[in-house]
Design a protein around this ligand. Structure first.
Ligand code: FAD
Length: 483
């Protein structure tokens, strides 16, 4: 039999469920990636994620060539291109890994229907999470809606059956990879796809399987301090692997296995279990999205859809200031600059900026979610939605609505010396550590001495936090009534 493996968010040639199963079950295995016009058409013409995919595909293709295979790369509407290619290759079956986003599920169902209409088979496998959909359930057989008991059940299940972490070997049957049909075609250049290079290369963001491996190697010696270091955006605390987890250039099973092995050998300090817990959050949100696809557009707790958000010209202006990092709150603005310049934002700052938009500016969380979706390199519908619903208090396991981050206190606590702020807001460099968190509180004379003029060099605050807090508590009253 002949098979076709369709790569999507799993751009690696090792420990790959669909590739492993295709190789075991077929005599000849073709590989394809489709730059899906249904997704690409809506993106800005400079997009770091397209650059990342482009660079990562080059490595994937080269790896597959070394194994004796090939990577066919198309730029087309994937829903129709895959059945067409399967017919052209006379493939009996198409293999892919599960995707949990509603649009991807609909697309895959269309592909599966088109294949079966011509007596071809569709197989898909769990790959991007450890446990999916309904694998971790409460004692009464229901999906969890609260994280901590989910995490405990997840850990119990993983320990009871460590085979869930076993790698999916490729090598034993690699000889079944179909060689290139003719001379291997050059991969389409970015320009051919209608894109211009972003600043990804300038930022030196590592791409592909080798980039993911390098980041993990770099992180492992730091993991024991992760529990403390992860909260301070000026430190190299987290792993920076989210982009690689998003596109599958690393194997989640390998990451989890390595951390568990480390912990079992008594290593990893206080950080390893905390980092593992973050990977479990990722599984949790993927499960929440599959079980509750309505969260893509609506509050997880329906009562929260009754909240009246700020709209109109003033709200639009405030939203634009938030997007551009011109709110006058340095930590918020530095965080937005990090996002706009690099496509990454530190987790603590994602929480701070999201809370600020929702609870200081009174703006619908969905507007912020959409902005993050456009700009985050690691954008993932499930985790992004989970994060935003957490911040708006409308999600599962969300922070209570009356707990409102104070952007100044957050700044004093997590960037006490202003190192992170100075990195992204050099115009505030001259301010003392204590002054940098709220420049409008600095006496005018001092600002003059440092040649800083609010409104010229840096905005005055667009909102007063104490007043905004009161308004938010009133805005959220409706939740109590509706309940
Ligand atoms: P590390 O701290 O090294 O964590 C390791 C991995 O665990 C991450 O790569 C990620 O896969 C996972 N993880 C960590 N925290 C979370 C979390 N809270 N929820 C789910 N998974 C987590 N993460 C995304 O991958 N894509 C998003 O679009 C996204 N949007 C977010 C929006 C908001 C408002 C918030 C509050 C969080 C969001 N997160 C998102 C979660 C988290 O901020 C990022 O995963 C993390 O900052 C990525 O950096 P890292 O790889 O260095 O993380």
């Amino acid at each position: 039999t002949t098979s076709l493996v369709w790569f999507r968010r799993d751009l690696r040639a090792f420990d790959h469920a669909a590739l492993h199963h295709a190789l075991r079950q077929s005599q000849a295995v073709h590989c394809v990636f489709v730059y899906d016009s249904a997704i690409l058409d809506s993106l800005p013409r400079r997009d770091r994620r397209v650059d990342f995919i482009h660079a990562s595909l080059a490595e994937l293709a080269s790896e597959l060539h070394q194994l004796g295979g090939d990577l066919i790369v198309l730029h087309d509407d994937a829903a129709t291109a895959i059945p067409r290619l399967a017919a052209e290759l006379k493939a009996d079956a198409v293999f892919a890994n599960h995707d949990y986003e509603p649009q991807a599920i609909a697309r895959d169902a269309m592909v599966a229907d088109a294949l079966t209409a011509h007596a071809r088979l569709w197989f898909s496998f769990k790959d991007q999470v450890i446990f999916e959909k309904d694998e971790v359930l409460t004692l009464s057989g229901k999906p969890y809606t609260v994280y901590t008991p989910y995490k405990n059940a997840w850990l119990k299940k993983m320990r009871a059956d460590p085979s869930c972490l076993a790698p999916y070997d490729i090598e034993p049957h690699a000889a079944r990879l179909a060689p290139p049909r003719g001379k291997p075609a050059a991969l389409p250049a970015l320009e051919e796809l209608g894109f211009e290079p972003s600043n990804l290369a300038e930022l030196a963001i590592p791409t592909g399987m080798s980039g993911g491996a390098r980041l993990f190697e770099d992180f492992l010696p730091r993991v024991e301090k992760y529990d403390v270091a992860r909260d301070f955006p000026a430190l190299k605390g987290p792993s920076y692997l989210s982009l690689h987890l998003r596109f599958g250039t690393v194997s989640l099973r390998y990451l989890v296995r390595t951390i568990i092995d480390l912990m079992e050998r008594g290593g990893g300090g206080g950080g390893a279990p905390v980092w593992l817990a973050e990977l479990i959050w990722r599984d949790f949100y993927a499960m929440i999205l599959v079980q509750n696809p309505q969260v893509e557009h609506a509050a997880f707790k329906p009562a929260y859809d009754a909240i009246a958000w700020e709209t109109g010209a003033l709200a639009d202006e405030a939203f634009a200031a938030w997007c551009a990092g011109r709110t006058g709150y340095p930590l918020v603005d530095a965080a937005m600059a990090q996002l706009n310049q690099t496509g990454y934002m530190h987790n603590r700052l994602r929480m701070v900026t999201a809370c600020f938009l929702i609870k200081d500016l009174g703006i619908d969380w969905r507007r912020g979610e959409a902005y993050f979706a456009l700009h985050l390199n690691d954008f993932d519908l499930a985790s992004n939605n989970g994060g935003w619903q957490w911040a708006s208090s409308s999600g599962c396991d969300a922070q209570p609505y009356f707990r409102i981050f104070n952007p100044i206190t957050q700044s004093e606590k997590f960037d006490a010396s202003g190192r992170f702020i100075r990195r992204y807001l050099p115009q505030l460099k001259a301010l003392a550590d204590k002054e940098i968190h709220a420049p409008w509180l600095v006496p005018r004379m001092l600002l003059d001495q440092k040649n800083i003029v609010l409104g010229r060099d840096y905005p005055a605050p667009i909102v007063q936090h104490d007043e905004a807090r009161k308004e938010t508590l009133a805005r959220y009253e409706v939740v109590k009534v509706v309940k």
